[in-house]
Structures are given as structure tokens and as C-alpha cells.
Design a binder for this molecule. Structure first.
Ligand code: HEM
Length: 299
């Protein structure tokens, strides 16, 4: 099942992320057909799992169970199609975002010797303290690696723009004192690619500088709680944020500890034609095995 699910998700992702799919989601193109076929395959696999969970009368403590047991305000239970749709949506929301973020973090780290050394130094300190075991608590101690990921996401957010429907009229006041009435019913676009590069908030916004989030600078708080938005904000903020950081830290702490890495290709350009902008072309890395954990323990 794993292979089948994985290939279907890959097919779904590859055929959903073109900007054109946002503008014309039902255009009769080969891409749309491939996307819908992959979605149908996943739906039938997950529907089978939902059915088997329901008929077994087994109750687990997991996301699937939560979705099956959820009820609308009027008491109506979720349907099988809704549960499978939501499961696909959750995996879809977490998969491409995490891979792209891991790639950008690596490309940035390997292009900045000073940051790479600082990230490596942090790993050395953690290995000295805890050995080469990586668990939840050691991952939380990787604060510099955390800032490296956060800074990569500031420069390369997976969602370049947020759209929100206005429910009530409100007024926006700019720094210069201009006021704008925003009427209900309108759609607001908040461009993250601009918000994350405002120079009076982020010093030298074009420079990769994970220290900007460190103690004493905390540039992500300069403009209030929505200054840093890589995981969005408000009611529909990303529920996977903490888990996403853990995943990317697992990947990069393992790579830093075990390999000497060099970026062989030039720093990738951004492919803006994708809904979630990703590196254009290949990001190539050369690697040499190092036994960092053990040798560090001996020092
Ligand atoms: C580095 C990785 C990730 C990034 C950068 C990211 C970013 C985001 C952003 C920006 C949004 C909000 C979009 C909007 O406001 O229109 C969002 C929503 C969401 N994310 Fe993530 N995400 C990541 C990983 C994950 C993971 C691992 C999961 C689940 C396991 C997840 C689940 C979701 C879900 C379910 C939503 C929709 C929330 C809602 O509409 O109420 N994300 N994510």
C-alpha cells in the first residue's frame, strides 16, 4: 500500500501545483485529468480504511478516529467522502511544504559557511551532552537549526500569498497615517513574499541571517504578531507547524552529523510558476561520510 499511496500522492502533487490549476481548476487538460485520477485512487484507498475502521468497531486515538467521530453543529456526522477528503488534504498540506522547506534550508545552509559551521557546532554540543541519540527533547534543543529553517522559510515561503474573505467591514491604517476602508464581501490578498522582505522590519532582508530571530533581535516580533507568517496566522494558521519543524530538524541534524556536504550546483532560482514556489531544476550536493557523533564523543 505504501508504494501505491506514495506514487498517487506524487502524481497528485505534480499535477496540482501549477499556477494554471489555481486559475482554471477544471480546465480539460491532461494535467487536470492526471490530478483527478490520482485523487480518485487515493480516495478509494482511504475509503476502504475508513470502512474497515468503522466495521471493526475498534476505537483508536488518532486523527482518522477524530475525523470519523466529528459532528457538525447540527449533529450530522462526517461522511466517508468528507473523512477521506480531509485525510488527503492533511497529507497534501504537509508533504510538499516539508520537502520544499528541507531543500531550501539545505541550499541556504550549504551556501553560508558561517551558518553551516554554527549549525554543526550546535550539533556537536548536543552530541556531547546526549550522545548520538535524537529524540523529541534533543530536537527542541536545536535552537540554531530552528532559526536556520525559520529564516529559509522567511525567504522561501511555501505559500507566497494568503487569501481571505472579508466577513465584516474594517479599516486599515498604514504607518504613514493613510486609512483604507475594507468592505465585507471582498477578498484580501496578503503577499508573504513582500511582507517578509520589509526593510524596517527585517534588516537586510536579502541576506540569509538566522541570527535575526535570536535573543535581543527577534525581528519576527517587530511588527506585531503577524510579522512572520510562513505558517500563516489566525483561525486557519498551519496546525502542522511544530511537527514540520521537527521533521526538517530530524532530516538536517542527521545529515549534518553524518555527512560532509557541499552544494555542487549553483544556488537554485525560484520557480514562481508553482503554487508553492520551489527550487527550479536540481539542487545537487556532494557528500562524504563522516562519523561525527562517535569521534566527537571521544574528544
Ligand atoms: C514546513 C512545512 C509547512 C509549511 C511552511 C506550512 C505552511 C502552511 C500555511 C502557510 C498554511 C496556511 C495557508 C493559508 O492561510 O491560506 C498552512 C495550512 C495548513 N497546514 Fe501547513 N505547513 C507545513 C507543514 C504542514 C504539516 C506537516 C501539516 C500536517 C501534518 C500541515 C497541515 C496543514 C493544514 C491541515 C492546513 C490548513 C489549515 C486550515 O485551513 O485551517 N502543514 N500550512
Amino acid at each position: 500500500m505504501f508504494d501505491e499511496v506514495f506514487s498517487a500522492f506524487l502524481e497528485l502533487t505534480e499535477n496540482s501545483f501549477q499556477l494554471i490549476s489555481l486559475l482554471f481548476p477544471y480546465a480539460p487538460t491532461p494535467t487536470t485529468r492526471r490530478r483527478d485520477r490520482a485523487s480518485a485512487t487515493l480516495s478509494s484507498i482511504f475509503a476502504e480504511i475508513v470502512r474497515s475502521r468503522k466495521s471493526s468497531n475498534r476505537v483508536e486515538e488518532d486523527v482518522l478516529q477524530n475525523l470519523i467521530d466529528s459532528k457538525y453543529k447540527d449533529g450530522r456526522p462526517t461522511t466517508e467522502a468528507e473523512v477521506t477528503g480531509l485525510i488527503i488534504a492533511i497529507v497534501f498540506a504537509g508533504m510538499h511544504t516539508s520537502t520544499t522547506s528541507s531543500t531550501w534550508t539545505g541550499a541556504r545552509l550549504l551556501s553560508h559557511t558561517e551558518c553551516l559551521e554554527a549549525a554543526l557546532e550546535e550539533q556537536q554540543q548536543i552530541v556531547k551532552k546526549h550522545g548520538d541519540n535524537i529524540d523529541y527533547d534533543t530536537l527542541l534543543e536545536m535552537s540554531f537549526l530552528h532559526c536556520c529553517i525559520k529564516e529559509a522559510l522567511r525567504m522561501h515561503p511555501t505559500a507566497p500569498i494568503f487569501l481571505r474573505k472579508v466577513r465584516k467591514n474594517f479599516t486599515v491604517r498604514t504607518r504613514e497615517g493613510y486609512e483604507y476602508e475594507i468592505p465585507s464581501g471582498h477578498t484580501i490578498a496578503s503577499p508573504l513574499v513582500i511582507n517578509h522582505n520589509i526593510p524596517y522590519i527585517y534588516k537586510d532582508p536579502n541576506v540569509y541571517d538566522p541570527h535575526r530571530f535570536g535573543h535581543g533581535r527577534e525581528e519576527d516580533r517587530v511588527g506585531g504578531k503577524f510579522t512572520y507568517n510562513a505558517f500563516s496566522g489566525g483561525r486557519h494558521a498551519c496546525p502542522g507547524e511544530a511537527y514540520a519543524y521537527l521533521q526538517v530538524k530530524v532530516i538536517w541534524s542527521h545529515l549534518l552529523r553524518n555527512f560532509e556536504l557541499k552544494l555542487v550546483s549553483s544556488f537554485p532560482e525560484t520557480n514562481w510558476l508553482k503554487l508553492s514556489p520551489e527550487p527550479r531544476g536540481k539542487v545537487e550536493v556532494s557528500y562524504k561520510r563522516r562519523m561525527l557523533p562517535r569521534s566527537m564523543l571521544e574528544n
